[in-house]
Design a protein around this ligand. Structure first.
Ligand code: L34
Length: 286
């Protein structure tokens, strides 16, 4: 039987509806509209699309959205000084610096400069530490979105073999930690992993976050596995496709997420949730 498609488009719409209602209550009570500042450096076309989608989501939520579009030539010092300004701006509750940054800017220096209470990506080491301990206010949007997709189908993670392909700070590492918190047995694979297909074939839940078009093929997937595709790649024809070979894998999996319309929209929904949380931290209501 072909897999059930978990629609990130649908799940994100219901998550956003919930956040919007909660935000309206918050704003009515405090007079504060949650505000998100997004900084984009350079002109990467994919980043421009993601930033535009974030801006649109803010508008839909009734949040204030402050976009800072900086040229590729921006220096690290200039970026740090903008962050310092936003850190002390009371109308800005969340700050997001779109990754990747140009090579001449040190990403860690930038992340470290963001006030952890405004760090809606949860990339700051203080927030990363909170996540590792399991006592956190912010979760990074993409892994949190994946957890929400699994929850939308009432998928119990306890005791399941969870295999995450990819070990980035943005996705692979926090993803593994969240699955572990839900009592999964987690394996992290990466470019140096030996016998990768053997490991992925043992997965009850397989999360692909490699960044390679169609990397996960049907022979790497167990019959009935739950397959989550975090990748966003462009085909030669310019179409957006994931790390999973959807057509063949969807014949074998029990659940699968599409690209586009899967994890991407969830990333944005969870960012909206974090922006509301950041506004609550500012208002001292949490
Ligand atoms: N700081 N940098 C920071 N925070 C993030 O959370 C991100 N990420 C990733 C890249 N850099 C970041 C995003 O926002 C990836 N990402 C992201 C956000 C939105 C979408 C995809 C990735 C998205 O909207 N995807 C849609 C449309 C895809 C398209 O047309 O290109 C989808 O349906 O998948």
């Amino acid at each position: 039987m072909p897999a059930k498609i978990i629609s990130g488009k649908d799940v994100s719409a219901s998550v956003k509806a919930r956040i919007k209602t909660e935000a309206e209550v918050f704003t009515a009570k405090t007079g504060i509209a949650p505000g998100l500042a997004v900084i984009i450096v350079g002109e990467d076309p994919a980043s421009q699309i993601y930033v535009r989608n974030k801006h649109k989501a803010c508008k839909d939520m009734g949040f204030a959205s402050f976009e800072h579009t900086l040229p590729e030539s921006t220096t690290e010092a200039e970026l740090l000084s903008l962050i310092a300004k936003l850190n002390s701006d009371d109308s800005v509750h969340g700050i997001l610096v779109q990754m990747p940054l140009p090579k001449h800017i040190n990403e860690n220096a930038v992340i470290n400069a963001i006030n952890p209470d405004k760090d809606v990506d949860a990339f700051h080491p203080e927030n990363v530490g909170h996540i590792m301990i399991g006592d956190y206010k912010f979760l990074p949007g993409t892994p949190a979105g994946v957890m929400e997709l699994l929850a939308s189908e009432n998928i119990d993670i306890t005791g399941k073999n969870c295999v995450v392909i990819g070990r980035s700070n943005i996705v692979g590492k926090p993803m593994s930690m969240l699955l572990l918190h839900k009592h999964g047995t987690v394996t992290i694979c990466h470019s140096r992993t030996k016998n990768l297909p053997e490991i992925t074939r043992g997965a009850d839940i397989l999360v692909a976050a490699i960044g390679k078009l169609g990397f996960v093929t049907a022979d790497m997937v167990k019959e009935g596995a739950i397959v989550i595709d975090v990748g966003i790649n462009r085909t030669a024809e310019g179409k957006v496709r994931g790390d999973v070979d959807f057509d063949s894998v969807s014949e074998k999996a029990s659940y699968i997420t599409p690209v586009p319309g899967g994890v991407g929209p969830m990333t944005i929904a969870m960012l909206m949730l974090n922006t509301l949380t950041a506004a609550k931290i500012f208002a001292k209501t949490i």
